[in-house]
Design a protein around this ligand. Structure first.
Ligand SMILES: N[C@@H](CCC(=O)N[C@@H](CS)C(=O)NCC(=O)O)C(=O)O
Length: 211
């Protein structure tokens, strides 16, 4: 397998954590994502992934899979142990709800292309883009905290072992902390992230800080 990826990418981090939990490896194919001239915006990479996003996984059969949740679930299907999804249908639905609350409602408003468009179309400066990001992270993580708190039954976000919800929560929480958020007002998230930081698959595959 090969993984189009970027080390600062939170969405890439999700896939790398899943690979590590499964004991799988994928050859890294780096794609730059920062700035107008980034490879993610060029025709070359767009011919690979029309969305111009990382991660994208190339299977051993040469099939491209895009979108981190689809990739993580693909890995869970080809390598079922350890399972990344809860045993019950309700548990699986909750895990996917939390993953999508992060991927589709928080993270989707933050990547480089969003900031570039806010600058180009609305003359937003760096402070305005940072305030935009802080708004969506603060509001979104507070909602995720409640989603977890309302149904929590084990040591992790959904149940007693790390899974899909944790894989999506961890990089977003690390990135929130780097933006200056204290996790303490979200006690379930803070506790779970503390536990995940002690697990090598999570620790080693956290998104790298932007330099
Ligand atoms: N929903 C996508 C999000 C992918 C995404 O936004 N990736 C970012 C890096 S974290 C990216 O490639 N950004 C390029 C850009 O914004 O131009 C997923 O879960 O895979």
């Amino acid at each position: 397998m090969k993984l189009y990826q970027n080390e600062i990418s939170s969405a890439t981090s999700r896939v790398r954590i899943a690979l590590a939990l499964k004991g799988l490896t994928a050859e890294a194919l780096p794609v730059t994502i920062l700035g107008e001239e980034a490879e993610s915006r060029q025709a070359g990479y767009r011919s690979v992934n029309p969305q111009g996003l990382v991660p994208a996984l190339l299977t051993d059969d040469g099939v491209l899979i895009t979108q981190s949740l689809a990739i993580v679930e693909y890995l869970d299907e080809i390598q079922p142990q350890p399972s990344l999804l809860p045993e019950t249908a309700e548990g699986r639905a909750l895990a996917r709800s939390i993953a999508l609350a992060i991927a589709a409602e928080i993270h989707a408003l933050l990547p480089p292309r969003i900031g570039l468009h806010l600058k180009a179309a609305f003359q937003a400066d760096a402070d305005a883009v940072a305030a935009w990001s802080r708004h969506w992270v603060g509001e979104g993580m507070a909602a995720v905290e409640t989603m977890i708190a309302d149904r929590r039954q084990g040591a992790f976000a959904v149940g007693g072992r790390p899974g899909v919800a944790d894989i999506f929560l961890f990089p977003q929480a690390i990135s929130a902390r780097r933006m200056g958020f204290d996790l303490a007002p979200w006690p379930n998230i803070a506790e779970i992230v503390g536990r995940l930081e002690a697990i090598p698959a999570f620790q080693v595959n956290a998104p790298a800080p932007r330099r």
